[in-house]
Design a protein around this ligand. Sequence first.
Ligand SMILES: [Zn+2]
Length: 265
Amino acid sequence: MFEDLRWFGIEWQEGPDLGGPVTPYQQSRRREFYLNAWRELVRRGFVYACTCSRKDLAQSAQAPHDGDDEPIYPGTCRARVLQQIPESPAGLNWRFRVPDGERISFHDLRIGETSYEAGHDFGDFVVWRRDDVPAYQLAVVVDDEAMRISEVVRGEDLLRSTARQILLQRALGYRQPTYYHCPLIRDESGERLAKRHDALSLRELRARGVDTVKLRGISPNTPRLNALYTEISTQLSALHRIPLTVDPALAKLGRGTPRPEKPDQ
Ligand SMILES: [Zn+2]
């Protein structure tokens, strides 16, 4: 991936390959950070152990309000009180108890004021999985805090997750970054790129010898990308007015099989 990003013209000042002030950068080596956060959440009573099986959840959980989100947890294990904090979270799903009925609001730099109702738009979400891995929501919140991330730019499919992450930030006493959620990029038939099977990955395009200058949409007279940040900051405000589809010529080049929908999400 580093090679692909470098090929594309992106440079960075710190990271897993270069090191930096907040090592380690690989999530697989940050387990202690996540465990500390889990312990803190348990100690403060924000999370509880959930023993529901996938089958239980399939039978009782409410369908999500949109197809991309997880079902709302029915609260079966919510009232469970721990006698003592276990040494390890392994073997159980640990869920964050959301404040039912409270609206979680934040200012998105593209969309403006955005809010979701806890317990209605999303339910008690998993912060640590029974296979002993921190869930995405916990890992990013812990990393953002440790790495002093001030701006988060990502796809709008994560808007609702931002509300969940704000609850975690509050519970742990962390700072809240500012958020900019981009429209999702689609191909010419409206298919989300992320759902396509590796069709337009940088690696694929690189293997096919695509010209990076053309790919970046930058004039050949611009000798190099002045760091992606400049590009992002100047383009972001205009982004939502442009329909974000991939150049059809490029899309044809990278055509692949759409990914099958995952059965259990
Ligand atoms: Zn449960």
